[in-house]
Design a protein. Structure first.
Length: 144
């Protein structure tokens, strides 16, 4: 990528994953996507975003979620994998900044439920974004 930056006189990495959301290129359809995102959030829906590889799904989710005020929402972002349910729950506990990440599914579920109860007690809405969710095992999707 350094060669690209030098060849075109770019000031930064051209395809970096950490581009600030206010600097993102507004792809066609982003405003409509944000409207659908807001609607799903408002009604508490589980939503699936689909599209071709590289079409901007993850970037659009990041842009939409970045607009949410942290006093009202707790955004939890995970990347799906074909790992076990236990692995996913452990990742969710880590994302929730749990001081304890046990190896028992029952204990993990208890910690996650308690964390979500704490979030909602603060009048905040938890939002779980699972990027690459198509990689998740069916039994995990059923549990979610």
């Amino acid at each position: 990528m350094i060669a690209l930056s030098n060849a075109f006189g770019l000031s930064g990495e051209p395809f970096a994953q950490d581009v600030p959301t206010d600097k993102l290129f507004a792809i066609p359809g982003l405003a409509a996507f944000v409207d659908r995102f807001d609607y799903a959030l408002r009604i508490g829906a589980a939503t699936v975003i689909t599209g071709e590889v590289g079409s901007g799904k993850s970037t659009s989710l990041r842009a939409a979620a970045s607009r949410l005020h942290p006093s009202q929402h707790v955004v939890l972002t995970l990347v799906g994998s074909s790992g076990s349910t236990l692995d996913f729950l452990r990742s969710l506990c880590m994302e929730l900044a749990s001081p304890e990440v046990p190896g028992s599914t029952a204990r993990l579920v208890r910690i996650i439920r308690e964390s979500f109860a704490t979030i909602t007690a603060k009048k905040q809405q938890p939002l779980l974004i699972v990027d690459e969710a198509h990689l998740l095992r069916l039994e995990l999707l059923a549990q979610l």
